[in-house]
Design a protein around this ligand. Structure first.
Ligand code: SF4
Length: 378
């Protein structure tokens, strides 16, 4: 069975004002050193497992030169067996992309780009503290297409302080008409410890009202299918066949290995996460030890709960036959009570193969997920 491989690149040119991820300021020597550590970890964890998706995420992986990306890909292929049709995604920030590095990435076998556009409004880029301009984002898309990328995804954020419905519609429209294969739409999450969180807490900026944020999401999920981008997950839209295979594996509760600080793995029912600190990660690997700092084995019930919750993120929902094949029990035998109750409330709907969230519950998915979580605690 093939697994996914996630490779974390924790460097950024500058911290965005809303960002709560683990990332560090980029320095050339630190990057070179880091790539050696990554390959050391790959050597420790790779035993020739078949890998059908590779995702270089961050941070800002597009800060790596083509030569560095080549070192990583060649390195991991020594320890993992990449399938012929492997999906290789590179996350990129617009200001790091140029025709030359895009062409080189494509030649190396990167076949999917995920570009962090976030918004095309110059006014709204400011509170986010992004380094790029709207024009750089549009240029990056055009150059990527020119370099031969036919599987491009862009991220957009809604619910930005000062954002109107019209601002949002303009962002979505401008991207939807650029022949992209995939769009991810994220509601802005505010973390108190970030500069944006602080500004909002101090009253310097105000978030849009919840109703307006809900309208933004609803408008986009009605509009995008008209442009050929079908919603297939709560936050994700794709042209047919262009769903992100790497993330589909997560949502199908499949196995994956993550390399790098803060990266998590899920193999044979065991979830492990690496230390979220480059220094500690380095020390562990230098000493020939694993960099894992958190490890849990999920029991069968916990795994079943996770499988249902993750599958319900997808429009296709939970498939009864796949569930029975995986757990040797019928879905209704395990979750009959919850399913009956949710169907009665109209929070779940039957499909030909199983169940899924109805349209009106997708923005409220967590409420449904909580019903299944109770099962695992009883
Ligand atoms: S580029 Fe991404 S990871 Fe880096 S600071 Fe900005 S949001 Fe965070």
């Amino acid at each position: 069975m093939a697994i996914g491989l996630y490779i974390h690149v924790p460097f950024c040119r500058q911290k965005c004002a809303y960002c709560d991820f683990y990332s560090l300021p980029v320095r050339a020597e630190a990057v070179e050193r880091y790539l050696q550590l990554l390959l050391r970890e790959a050597a420790m964890r790779g035993t020739g497992q078949t890998v059908n998706t590779v995702f270089l995420g961050g941070g800002t992986p597009s800060l790596l030169t083509a030569q560095q990306v080549s070192t990583v890909l060649e390195g991991v292929s020594r320890y993992f067996c990449l399938t012929k049709d492997v999906e290789i995604t590179l996350e990129a920030n617009p200001e790091t992309l140029q025709p030359a590095n895009l062409t080189a990435y494509r030649q190396l076998g990167i076949n999917r780009l995920s570009i962090g556009v976030q918004t095309l409004s110059p006014r709204l880029l400011l509170p986010l503290g992004r380094r790029h301009t709207a024009q750089q984002a549009l240029d990056a898309i055009e150059w990527a297409q020119g370099a031969g990328f036919d599987n491009i995804s862009c991220d957009l954020i809604y619910g930005i302080p000062g954002q109107s419905l019209a601002d949002w519609q303009q962002d979505v429209r401008m991207l939807a008409t650029r022949g992209l294969a995939h769009l991810s739409l994220y509601s802005l999450e505010i973390y108190d410890a970030t500069p944006l969180g602080q500004t909002i807490a101090d009253g310097g900026l105000q978030l849009p009202a919840d109703d307006l944020v809900a309208d933004m999401y609803d408008w986009a999920r009605l509009y995008l299918p008209q442009q050929g981008l079908e919603q297939y997950e709560i936050s994700n839209f794709a042209r047919p066949g262009r769903e992100c295979r790497h993330n589909l594996n997560y949502w199908h509760n499949g196995e994956y290995i993550g390399l790098g600080p803060a990266a998590c793995s899920y193999i044979q029912g065991v979830r492990q996460c690496n230390k979220a600190d480059l220094k500690a990660y380095e020390q562990a690997l230098e000493a020939g030890r694993s960099a894992v700092e958190f490890c849990e084995r999920l029991d069968e019930e916990g795994t079943a709960v996770e499988t249902v919750i993750l599958a319900l993120r997808l429009n296709s929902g939970i498939n009864k036959e796949s569930f029975a094949q995986r757990f040797g029990r019928d879905l209704e035998d395990v979750f009959g009570e919850e399913i009956r109750e949710l169907l009665q409330k109209g929070w779940l709907e039957p499909t030909e193969q199983g169940y899924r969230l109805p349209w009106h519950m997708r923005p409220l998915a967590n409420v449904v997920f909580t019903s299944f979580l109770r099962t695992s605690n009883t």
